[in-house]
Write a new protein. Sequence first.
Length: 114
Amino acid sequence: VQLVQSGGGLVQSGGSLRLSCLASGFIFSRYAMSWYRQAPGKEREWVGIITGPGTGTDLDDSVKGRFTISRDNAKNTVYLQMNSLKPEDTAVYYCKLVGEPNTWGSGTLVTVSS
């Protein structure tokens, strides 16, 4: 299993970023995928999840209404669209294959300046 992320960076408060997670080594469409984040000095926290077919999503209340999870199973890629970013969204973001231990993405840093 490989999960290669891209798309992080520095953005001003109120801005947007889209993270991507390219998967390989498993039948992508059969698995739900999650996003997590870890802010400096804090524990890793769950951000959201999308079902294998992409027909259902759920997001943590802290990002609901601002973030969207989607996937393109033809491209083996899951996305995290982040809008109306706040400084407290600053973290390293990780994608994860749901249900399989130790299947984390490479991580990508998102920094939101005030």
